[in-house]
Design a protein around this ligand. Structure first.
Ligand SMILES: NC(=O)c1ccc[n+]([C@@H]2O[C@H](COP(=O)([O-])OP(=O)(O)OC[C@H]3O[C@@H](n4cnc5c(N)ncnc54)[C@H](OP(=O)(O)O)[C@@H]3O)[C@@H](O)[C@H]2O)c1
Length: 272
């Protein structure tokens, strides 16, 4: 299962895994876009085992429906790639009333992963892969204003959500250490995708930056494909990767107390 599979890095990971003959569940928020992506992938790869499920990640009830639908339809899950993400220059709130960057990038994936854990345990060796970013090292988690009710700043909110992805990865790896499920995170590089293009001025800035050497979505997918398929990482869990290499993430990301507090708060906010 790949979330955010209708664009950018998620779609490229789907193209690549389809080419390797995996059965894939694309997850997107827009049914038409899911259909088009599915058709393109089938046409390009010849692999017909491509299906999709829809859910808007800014609505936790849709995440519960998504997990239930998957559990009903499919016997097992081998690989979960938590990739969908947003950058929002102006603060907005999710259906559940939470700051949207944190809701989509962290809370929705926290809930989805937990709801699918039993399914993942039915696989002989499941892998969970979380798409984070090197931007995670710009912020810490501030539990006094976790939902950015004061002093919203798009970049800070994004950085915090990407730090949450890594704290979640490490805490989940600790909790799953006696299972056959591995969980890792990665930074895809600076990639020319649709990312952040819903944000007026930032469109312009992004276009300029992209001209100055952003990588292609296929290059951005590389480390994700490696984590999903390589035998080199079949026993590796609780690591952060850049360019297919495990590297150190920020000092804050290794704070186990912070990770536990975030886990408990996320449980509370998602009603898990
Ligand atoms: N591009 C970079 O340089 C870069 C760098 C570091 C990390 N990342 C991370 O890479 C991941 C993928 O980003 P990308 O660059 O491929 O961007 P993208 O082209 O904008 O793709 C983002 C995907 O997330 C989906 N999405 C956004 N909001 C959603 C919502 N509310 N509900 C469900 N799906 C939603 C989008 O759906 P639609 O197709 O419907 O819009 C799209 O499929 C993100 O987690 C991002 O943080 C990107």
């Amino acid at each position: 299962m790949i979330t955010g599979a209708t664009s950018g890095i998620g779609r490229e990971m789907a193209f690549a895994l389809a080419g390797l003959n995996y059965s894939i569940i694309l997850v997107g928020r827009n049914e038409k876009k899911c259909q088009t992506t599915r058709k393109k992938i089938i046409k390009r790869s010849g692999n017909k085992q491509i299906n999709f499920l829809t859910a808007d990640f800014s609505d936790l009830s849709r995440i519960r429906n998504l997990a239930n639908e998957f559990i009903k339809k499919y016997p097992k899950l081998d690989i979960l790639i938590n990739n969908a993400g947003v950058y929002l220059m102006n603060r907005s709130v999710s259906v559940d009333g939470y700051e949207k960057t944190f809701a989509v990038n962290h809370l929705a994936h926290f809930l989805l992963t937990n709801l699918l854990l039993e399914k993942l345990k039915t696989s002989p060796a499941a892998r969970i892969i979380n798409v984070s970013s090197m931007a995670h090292d710009k912020r810490n988690i501030d539990f006094d204003d976790l939902l950015y009710e004061k002093n919203y700043n798009g970049l800070n909110a994004y950085s915090r959500s990407k730090l949450a992805n890594i704290l979640f990865t490490y805490e989940l790896a600790r909790l799953l250490k006696d299972t056959k499920i591995t969980v890792n995170a990665f930074h895809p590089g600076f990639i020319a995708t649709n990312f952040g293009r819903n944000n007026g001025l930032i469109r312009f800035v992004l276009r300029r930056l992209i001209k100055r050497g952003a990588l292609t979505p296929a290059e951005g997918a590389d480390t994700g494909i490696y984590l999903a398929t390589s035998e080199e990482v079949d026993q590796v869990s609780g690591k952060y990767f850049v360019n297919k290499k495990a590297v150190n993430s920020s000092t804050e990301s290794y704070d186990e107390n912070l990770a536990k507090e975030l886990w408990n708060k996320s449980r509370e906010l998602t009603g898990l």
